[in-house]
Design a protein around this ligand. Structure first.
Ligand code: ADP
Ligand code: MG
Length: 604
């Protein structure tokens, strides 16, 4: 017998499993059945594609045995099985990034953490919610030896040799005293019906010498829509996603014609925990003629990575490999129409169930926007799907509404990008005065996707922080000569900080603002770098535009007194930064300048 210790993450998870007040314990059965089905999938595929396994005479099935006398619940499958090394690896460590990030997210507060489990399937270890001891007897297909893994959820587990007639796995749960409901025939039937009715394998319940099939074992996605109840769609989602919440929406499509395939896509109602990790788990599974082939990130574009579901094709070969996936023209066609279908359905949702769509947008809008720079073919639709708030609207609107609201003399669609509160930005002065609406973009991703959109339905998109908008207005010509001294005086202390200082007519209530020349090569490079994922690219220097008609300046010019120019420059420059969501550059210097001005003001 060999003793092993769990790795630290498993220990943490086990502790949580045992001590959490988690109420939804029944999901352990869904998780174990799902593992059994995975094991059947693997062997199933091998018997169809690999010479070595072709003669196996394989009849996939899962058996749940209730042993009333020993108070044991046994989940058995005749799938691929595990050898000694795999038992140690699979049931002693945590390899999946999703589970890892789940654990990173734990707070240590049992109540809160229990809620987190509710949002996330934790697989095999959930057995310890209902059992104080678990044994796994397994024989790998093609091997002679059988192994038993044994643990009572302390720091250690044991592995020993054992006997099992044929390939497959038995997971034996010694049910805890408080959880004897899981030894009840009707309770087990109820849970299986709920979560596992539509896994494609037969599940039998065995008590004594009585054995009966307790699920339908029909792939849900193969049934026609009117045969499927809403509840069934929802529970099936939980089975494939390991998410315990109802999905927000689903899209079930059967394509017939040159290509025959079925897709069932779900949109979750909570964000998958690894949504913003590069090593996120793919949520879509590929089936060929009802046989599970693989799950793979290539099945849908990255910007739809929140989708969970199934693609089942009649036209692909069973032995399609991961490498082939990327070059397979049939799959490429299915992918392309799937994307179109998902986006079209989202458009319908947006028009018919606004509340639900807003919920979707708040969950996944950020991710969807990534498509604007990666999926040019669908850019128009992606733009139609966008929601945003504006300088005039705290409710979400879209481009169509924006255009409807445009002023008669308004030439372009205007927007402002920033990470914080944008409503008070000086850059909005002119637009407020002219009663023109400005879109406020404040997702992190906006600064590198939005500038790449130059047009929507023949209307130009322009950033109000770009000097480009000037050409849309009749500029009331300002007498530069009159303000030559002022500019000189302000320029001196800010020389290193800004690219230039100019007079503008775009400001009304504010003395200054920071803008960029859209044609500035430095600015273009910066946007490009950001689009390429260099988020730490250094922002180029801005141009400080000042409003010479603001009181701060008129007095200076009138009296021809520039003795406070250094301090004023420092303060208005930082003011402009703060109002655009940036930070004060040098707080000490700023405070000092402000104090000098204050004491001068109080002298009078
Ligand atoms: P997941 O199923 O998401 O990978 P689990 O914690 O549920 O995570 O299972 C961990 C691993 O243990 C599986 O990936 C699989 O390799 C192995 N495993 C679990 N149950 C079985 C089984 N019945 N037959 C074969 N392998 C299994
Ligand atoms: Mg699992």
């Amino acid at each position: 017998m060999a003793k092993h210790t769990f790795n630290a993450e498993v220990t943490k998870l086990l502790h949580l499993m045992i001590h959490s007040l988690y109420s939804n314990k029944e999901i352990f059965l869904r998780e174990l059945i799902s593992n059994a089905a995975d094991a059947l999938d693997k062997l199933h595929l091998l018997t169809l594609t690999d010479e070595k396994y072709k003669g196996f005479g394989f009849e996939p099935k899962i058996t749940i045995t209730i042993d009333v006398i020993e108070k044991r619940l046994i989940i058995s499958d005749n799938g691929i099985g595990m050898d000694e090394v795999e038992l140690v690896e699979n049931l002693g460590t945590i390899a999946k990034s999703g589970t890892k990030s789940f654990l990173e997210n734990l707070s240590g507060d049992i109540k809160k953490d229990a809620q987190l489990i509710g949002q996330f399937g934790v697989g095999f270890y959930s057995a310890f919610m209902v059992a104080d001891k678990v044994e796994v007897v397994s024989k790998k297909a093609g091997d002679d030896k059988t192994w038993i893994w044994r643990s009572s959820a302390e720091d250690e587990f044991e592995i020993d040799e054992a006997v099992r007639e044929s390939q497959g796995t038995d997971v034996i749960l010694y049910i805890k005293k408080d959880n004897e409901e899981f030894l009840n025939e009707y309770r087990i039937k109820e849970i299986v019906k709920k979560y596992s009715d539509h896994i494609p394998y037969k599940i039998f319940l065995k008590i004594g010498d009585k054995e009966e099939q307790i699920n339908r074992a029909s792939a849900l996605w193969k049934l026609s829509k009117n045969e499927i109840k809403e509840e069934e769609y929802k529970e099936f989602y939980k089975t494939i996603s390991h998410d315990n919440n109802d999905p927000l929406y689903w899209i079930h499509t059967k394509a017939e014609g040159t290509l025959e395939y079925t897709t069932l896509f779900y949109i979750p109602s909570v964000r998958p925990i690894d949504l913003f990790r590069a090593d996120y788990e793919p949520g879509v599974k590929l089936y060929v003629k009802n046989v599970f082939i693989m799950d793979d990130k290539e099945l849908l574009p990255v910007y739809l990575r929140f989708i969970r579901g199934i693609i089942d094709s009649e036209d692909l070969p069973l032995n399609v490999s991961r490498e082939m996936l990327q070059h397979n023209t049939i799959l490429a066609k299915i992918k392309k129409s799937s994307v179109k279908k998902i986006l079209t359905e989202l458009k319908k949702l947006k028009n018919h169930d606004r509340e639900k769509y807003i919920k979707f947008w708040e969950l996944f809008g950020k991710v969807l926007k990534e498509g604007l720079v990666s999926d040019f073919e669908n850019r128009e639709t992606l733009l139609e799907l966008m929601l945003f708030k504006t300088s005039k609207s705290d409710e979400y609107i879209d481009f169509e509404t924006y255009i409807k609201n445009m002023k008669e003399n308004q030439k372009s669609i205007y927007y402002l990008i920033g990470e914080k509160e944008l409503k008070d930005s000086p850059l909005l002065d002119r637009f407020k005065k002219e009663e023109m609406e400005v879109i406020l973009f404040n997702d992190e991703i906006d600064s590198f996707v939005i500038p790449s959109i130059t047009e929507y339905k023949e209307k130009k998109l322009k950033s109000v922080s770009s000097t480009e908008v000037d050409e849309d207005f009749e500029n009331t010509k300002i007498d530069d000569e009159k303000y030559k001294d002022l500019i000189e005086a302000i320029k001196k202390p800010l020389k290193e900080k800004v690219k230039d200082i100019r007079i503008t007519s775009r400001l009304v209530d504010n003395p200054a603002c920071l803008v960029f020349d859209k044609d500035d090569p430095e600015f273009q490079t910066y946007i490009m770098l950001k689009q390429m994922g260099h988020f730490d690219a250094k922002e180029p220097k801005a141009v400080l535009e000042i409003n010479p008609e603001h009181e701060v300046f008129t007095k200076m010019v009138l009296k021809n007194d520039y003795s406070l120019a250094n301090e004023v420059a420092e303060v208005i420059y930082n003011e402009a930064r703060v109002l655009e969501g940036m930070e004060i550059e040098d707080a000490a210097k700023f405070a000092k300048s402000l104090n000098t001005i204050l004491s001068k003001a109080l002298e009078k």
